[in-house]
Write a protein of this length. Structure first.
Length: 347
């Protein structure tokens, strides 16, 4: 009997110690992806949002990946990062890795949904913008379809229509209102108004103001009074998302079917864009709008910014202007309006 009592007492002590250890053991931190949800259909501007549950861990960094590519590395809350999910809903693999302390890693994964089918679209006609000059640099007007030959990979294409002077203009004026433009904002507003005043009554203008964000101030507006009033109310503040503004201006321009032009007033210094400069240039090359950039502030002085503004214009067949005074500006506006107005739009 005595040995039996000793065994029972020993088991009792072990169970009590186990319960005591469990009561004081801390729950390990848990990494959770709040956005996007696993059943989400993502299109356009999206974001990855992460939450850390449990006791406050010593988080050194949080890396966020989308489809195997590093999206961003965040070293302090909020644990979030924006990204562009594209124009078509598709499945995306979101992976997050949190580095805790010296060596611990927490990992979370989410796969979003796709539409589950694909759609094929037949394009019967594409639009090709063309500007024609003679040997002296003057615009050539009055040309018809039989005066043009268009080849794709060496194969002649059928021209169904050539539109010229009678087609209204659709202009997007993108105005940088970031804090870095504060010293020249008054000049920019006057310049923008002077440019829009040169448009014809049948031409429409959209004014896009941008800093960290983008704001459509007036949309496809033909009334010059309303356009001037919209520009007059602009105030400089915030950072600069130039690349995002260019892609947004291209999206706004793509809604129309007429002759298109985009005019960007900026100092060229980007600080806050979600897309890269290379992405903006590729979007310009894919567009049928001509892009003109007008440099103000540091963009007119710093070689790197001048080169950048020039690259955006050249990617579309447009031009960059570095005005030194009001007379230079007026000349630039006349040339832009004349060039866009003289553009042939071939289908």
């Amino acid at each position: 009997m005595p040995p039996v009592h000793r065994i029972v007492r020993l088991v009792f002590v072990l169970v009590a110690c186990g319960a005591s250890l469990g009561a004081h053991q801390e729950t390990p931190p848990r990494l959770q992806i709040v956005e996007p949800a696993a059943d989400a259909l993502l299109v356009g501007r999206s974001q990855v949002v992460v939450r850390l549950d449990g006791p406050a861990p010593d988080v050194r960094s949080v890396q966020m990946f989308v489809d195997g590519k590093l999206l961003c590395t965040v070293q302090q809350p909020p644990w979030s990062c924006p990204f562009d999910a594209g124009s078509t809903p598709a499945s995306h693999h979101v992976r997050v890795v949190a580095r805790v302390g010296e060596s611990e890693r927490l990992v979370a994964n989410v796969r979003t949904q796709s539409l589950g089918f694909s759609e094929a679209v037949r394009v019967d006609a594409v639009q090709v913008p063309v500007v024609v000059r003679d040997g002296d640099g003057r615009f050539v007007s009055g040309l018809r379809a039989e005066h043009f030959v268009v080849k794709e990979n060496g194969v002649p294409q059928t021209l169904t229509q050539v539109a010229s002077e009678s087609v209204p203009l659709e202009v997007v004026l993108a105005v940088d209102i970031s804090g870095s433009m504060a010293d020249v904002m008054g000049e920019v507003i006057r310049a923008g108004s002077a440019f829009l005043d040169q448009l014809r009554p049948q031409d429409a203008a959209t004014v896009l103001a941008f800093n960290d964000n983008r704001f459509v101030v007036v949309d496809t507006e033909k009334d010059p009074v309303k356009r001037r009033a919209a520009l007059a109310g602009l105030q400089p503040w915030g950072g600069t998302a130039l690349y995002d503004a260019i892609t947004e201006a291209l999206d706004l321009s793509a809604r129309g079917s007429g002759r298109k032009g985009i005019v960007v007033f900026s100092d060229g210094e980007d600080q806050a864009s979600r897309v890269t400069s290379g992405t903006a240039i590729r979007r310009i090359q894919q567009s049928d709008a001509m892009v003109y950039t007008i440099a103000f502030g540091s963009g007119a002085e710093q070689p790197a910014l001048r080169k950048q503004l020039e690259a955006y214009a050249k990617a579309s067949g447009g031009r960059v202007f570095f005005p030194r005074d009001a007379e230079d500006l007026a000349r630039a506006f006349r040339e832009i309006v004349a060039e866009v107005s003289s553009k042939y739009l071939m289908s």
